[in-house]
Design a protein around this ligand. Structure first.
Ligand SMILES: NC(=O)c1ccc[n+]([C@@H]2O[C@H](COP(=O)([O-])OP(=O)(O)OC[C@H]3O[C@@H](n4cnc5c(N)ncnc54)[C@H](OP(=O)(O)O)[C@@H]3O)[C@@H](O)[C@H]2O)c1
Length: 156
């Protein structure tokens, strides 16, 4: 008896759903089409994503503005893969805090910060001289820092 009641309720529900779809077929078609187009645009704009697990032990990487945002996430990932990571930051307090975070989150101790303010050519030259003095090689340079007129981001 219970089975019959459940079957009736299920059939009624199916009918309600079918009627709803038939009554709103144009609206639903438009909604699905718009959704598919938006999803396609998002995928296209986002670009490809790298899922590989390749190791880069022994490689030296410099990331400008690696104390926050995409630069910091990149630093964590490359440090996990075995790279020696140097983040180039204009504020050494934020830079040192980021180094602590990157070390903790990547499990690597091969992470450091060197002062660099890209808005000052003097600072850029000083940075280049220091890297020349301390590093034997540079394998990857990631020009990540955003040079725009804005207040420094909040401490990390
Ligand atoms: N976020 C997005 O959706 C997106 C999309 C496409 C491309 N991008 C690009 O990805 C890069 C990173 O974006 P994001 O969102 O991670 O930016 P973010 O969080 O604002 O980080 C920018 C970094 O650049 C540093 N920086 C700014 N001016 C500097 C200067 N004069 N000298 C040295 N460092 C300086 C900042 O240091 P302070 O902490 O001292 O301010 C910060 O570390 C940018 O090139 C951006 O154009 C971002």
């Amino acid at each position: 008896m219970y089975d019959g009641v459940i079957l009736c309720a299920a059939m009624e529900y199916t009918e309600v759903v079918q009627n709803f779809i038939l009554d709103h077929k144009i609206g639903l078609s438009v909604a699905v089409s718009v959704g598919v187009v938006l999803w396609g645009i998002r995928r296209y704009v986002k670009g490809p994503r790298y899922y590989g697990k390749r190791r880069i032990d022994g490689k030296t990487v410099i990331i400008t503005g690696g104390n926050t945002g995409i630069g910091k996430e990149t630093a964590i990932d490359l440090a996990k893969r075995g790279a020696k990571v140097i983040i180039a930051c204009r504020d050494m307090t934020r830079g040192n805090n980021a180094v602590d975070d990157i070390k903790r989150l990547s499990g690597s101790t091969n992470v450091s910060v060197v002062q660099l303010d890209l808005a000052s050519l003097k600072s850029v030259r000083k940075f280049a001289e220091e890297i020349h003095k301390t590093e034997k090689r540079l394998d990857i340079l990631i020009n990540n820092a955003v040079m725009c007129e804005k207040a420094p981001s909040k401490p990390v």
